[in-house]
Ligand binder design. Sequence first.
Ligand SMILES: [Zn+2]
Length: 367
Amino acid sequence: MTSGAGIYFDGMTSARHDVAVVLSPDALQIAGGDGRWLAAWTYDELEEMAAPANVLRLGRRGNAVLERLEIFDAEFAAAVVARAVNIDRTGTRQRRQRGSVIGWSVAATASLLLVAWFGVPALAARIAPLLPVAVDRKLGDAVDIQMRGMLDPRNSGTAFECGSADSEKAGRTALDKIVRRLEASAALPETLRTFVVRRTEANAMALPGGQVYVFRGLIDKADTADEVAGVIAHEIGHVAHRDGTKAVLQAGGLSFLFGMLLGDFVGGGAVVIAAKTVLQSSYSREAEAAADAYGAALMNRAGGNVHALATMLGKIGGATEPGMTILLDHPETKARVAAINSVAGAKSTTPFLDAKEWAALKRICAG
Ligand SMILES: [Zn+2]
């Protein structure tokens, strides 16, 4: 039996798709009702997920998205399992689960004790810097999914990111040039994933796991590439300080810490609450000042114009993140601008982009 019916969930929306599943020699392929291929999963990445007894629920190993496929026909399910090297339905799985339940109980007890000792905010601040990069990244992916759901209500998917249409590609290249130059001077433990999103606010934000969203409104408002670079450098400061991770851990509170220990961030209500909080709240004054200092130092090291960060900050009224509503003439913004300008080096700087590249970046959302 090499084909059958299934129900597919893309993990991003709640829509269920009736699909045709084809077992090709090297992958399980999923086709939608309109005949379009929705996914192809190799047999070694197939993973069985918990499900009622009459359903075979499959996911992909290491996938942060709750993408899944459900197969109800027992005979076809057996054919799939026979090909999936990592699925064994003969009892080892139950034994493994029992073992991990014990592990989880220990971890949960430990986390309760830690919370009692430190309190959630202090614990989040202590734990965030210790998280392995892989965990931070997984957390970031989970938040990213929730965040896109909130920022992209029309669910435009990949089109939500500027830079992939033909007319936008030169802009994407220009953005990459800025990010690479900053990254080379930053020496971060994780690779940055920076992209421009189709939002009109003049904002940028850093998520856990090295993801930086630059809103198109910020590009619109910038007059030079160094102004954009300056804001990205500030966001890299939040990445380096793990501010996004701290905020998420604090917002998600105890249930999130459990999720972290259990290794499952996705699907839980905690990640939704956490993403919402990150979107609606702002970082503390101290965190902002630290990110400014980091951003200014990074601009200096990268040979960029530190004043450009101050200029941009003044233009957007210090509101470098969503939820921040500090006004332009707010003393706090003025103090931040002055602090950044005070560390600007005297030596000459090299613009991040030439005129042609900057024009291309301005059109990154033109498609
Ligand atoms: Zn900031």
